[in-house]
Design a protein around this ligand. Structure first.
Ligand SMILES: Nc1ncnc2c1ncn2[C@@H]1O[C@H](COP(=O)(O)OP(=O)(O)OP(=O)(O)O)[C@@H](O)[C@H]1O
Ligand SMILES: [Mg+2]
Length: 208
């Protein structure tokens, strides 16, 4: 029996050395950053996030004018099963609510908010307690009011049609959603695209 034990140990050793490499490649809180090379690319990313949402999440969007925040919200709406074409920039109304998807969606734009009092008058915090998914453009203008556990997404111009997009979770619930979205997005991006040659050409022209 002892000789069997030795055999077992010698078989087990290579498996032990391989395990850490597998774990290192997939920790859930690894920062997620990617380059979107078109608005459709951003849209697919938004859809993956929308599909991963469970209800009650807050998504804080940061980035300059035209960075693609509203484009991402359209994808999120679609991932929730709502109509993406209904989504417009709520610059004057501040908050738009959509109820056609599997979860209620509140699309918020704080661009014109100038003071804490104006922020309070929007009623934003009322959205944070139920099942509503609250997506906030120009979230930096409402930082004091945001829930502690939130998904933060930073978008930035890289070239005419490319944007860097960075994700950060500030709590466990958000971390779970980002991990799930990341897996789902990875699957869709590995699947063959309708026109791979066009996609490659597009990438080559925008990454220079
Ligand atoms: N990779 C990309 N991702 C997203 N949008 C892109 C991309 N490339 C080009 N665009 C274009 O950039 C514009 C982004 O506009 P969008 O309204 O989403 O920006 P925004 O960040 O919401 O701006 P604002 O702060 O004014 O609300 C759109 O015209 C879109 O077609
Ligand atoms: Mg916008």
């Amino acid at each position: 029996m002892r000789s069997n034990g030795r055999q077992r140990r010698s078989v087990a050793r290579p498996a032990k050395t391989k395990q850490p490499a597998v774990r290192r490649s997939a920790p859930s809180n690894r920062p997620w950053q990617l380059l979107s090379t078109s608005h459709r690319h951003t849209d697919r990313l938004g859809q993956a996030i929308g599909r991963a949402l469970r209800g009650g999440e807050t998504i804080a969007l940061y980035g300059p004018l035209g960075a693609g925040k509203t484009a991402l919200v359209r994808g999120i709406a679609q991932g929730l099963g709502a109509s993406p074409t209904a989504i417009s920039s709520p610059t004057f109304v501040v908050i738009h609510e959509y109820n056609q998807g599997r979860l209620p969606l509140a699309h918020v734009d704080l661009y014109r908010i100038r003071s804490p009092r104006e922020l309070e008058s929007t009623g934003l915090t009322e959205y944070f307690s139920g099942q509503t998914v609250t997506v906030i453009e120009w979230a930096d203008k409402g930082l004091a009011a945001l829930p502690q556990d939130r998904i933060e997404i930073m978008l930035n111009h890289r070239a005419a049609r490319s944007r860097t997009i960075q994700f950060r979770a500030t709590g466990p619930k958000s971390d779970e959603v980002i991990s799930l979205a990341r897996r789902q997005y990875g699957k869709t991006e590995r699947a063959p695209q309708a026109s791979p040659r066009r996609a490659l050409k597009r990438e080559a022209t925008t990454r220079s």
